[in-house]
Design a protein around this ligand. Structure first.
Ligand SMILES: C[S@@+](CC[C@H](N)C(=O)[O-])C[C@H]1O[C@@H](n2cnc3c(N)ncnc32)[C@H](O)[C@@H]1O
Length: 253
């Protein structure tokens, strides 16, 4: 297991070393896609919270999240480019997992906060941090959060990304309102998750949150939708929202 993680670390650090020349990370060259672990069957037709990611060994989660084929469908550089120039931005990656997005953003951003509720993720992120080139180490911070609170300081994040994690969050409107307090006025929120339609990868359809529902929840929580893209990624939708510069008239926020 230690040997496997070493290989993953080397991969992440090599990816970062490559990025200092400004080049995109290399997509893998094999087209086979590794399915995520099947969640238990359910008879509920409305979206339900995904089963805990703590199920199964952390080693298998790392293998899933850091699969070398993922670049083909995840297009991380395209996704990150949607946030624009990150040089002066603090970015929070909520549900950072193994840091698939976190560590791709570190070389580009002022700071990246990798947030997760799983202590194993936090340990993993920290173990990658010590292997980063020294000039990047100070730009990364891990943060252990609670399921109902990302523990951002008021206005701390200029941008937030939530990738493959939205469905794990319960009481999402309340969560989004709490999150909003940690986002600077005018700050961005990028949500990416799996489309419905029995895809070869990702969770079963009954666990997914439909794009229209994410959109509604964001608006209810006070965000403004800036962009929706259902086509850029084969298996996933992209929603880019913004926290308005002026607070909306809503006493419940
Ligand atoms: C499927 S993984 C996605 C990891 C990463 N974003 C990626 O795309 O590779 C979901 C992650 O979200 C975390 N998570 C689940 N609920 C969360 C919550 N309420 N707040 C923060 N992280 C959460 C899990 O521990 C897990 O690491």
């Amino acid at each position: 297991m230690k040997r496997y993680f070493t290989i993953v670390y080397i991969g992440i650090v090599a990816m970062l070393a490559g990025s200092c020349g400004g080049g995109a990370s290399n997509p893998a060259d094999t087209p086979s896609l590794i399915p995520e672990k099947q969640a238990p069957a359910t008879t509920v037709s409305e979206p339900v919270p995904l089963p805990s990611t703590g199920q199964g060994s952390f080693e298998s989660l790392v293998a899933d999240y850091e699969s070398k084929d993922r670049g083909i469908w995840q297009k991380p550089e395209l996704v990150i480019s949607l946030l624009g120039n990150l040089e002066d931005k603090v970015v929070a990656d909520i549900g950072a997992g193994t840091g698939y997005f976190t560590f791709r953003m570190v070389p580009k951003a002022k700071k990246v906060i990798g947030i997760d509720i799983d202590e194993r993720s936090i340990s993993f992120l920290d173990s990658v941090k010590v292997r980063l080139p020294e000039r990047y180490r100070g730009r990364f911070e891990s943060r252990l959060a609670k399921p109902d609170n990302p523990f951002l300081n008021p206005g701390e994040a200029d941008a937030v990304v939530i990738v493959n994690t939205y469905g794990y969050i319960q009481n999402r409107i309340k969560y989004l309102k709490t999150l909003s307090k940690g986002v600077a006025p005018g700050g961005q929120l990028l949500i990416i998750d799996f489309k419905k339609n029995n895809l070869p990868i990702g969770p079963p359809d009954e666990f997914k949150v439909a794009l229209s529902q994410v959109e509604k929840e964001l608006i209810t929580a006070g965000f403004t939708i800036e962009k929706i893209d259902k086509d850029a990624l084969d298996y996933q939708y992209i929603i880019l929202a913004v926290k308005p510069k002026e607070p909306k008239n809503d006493d419940s926020r």
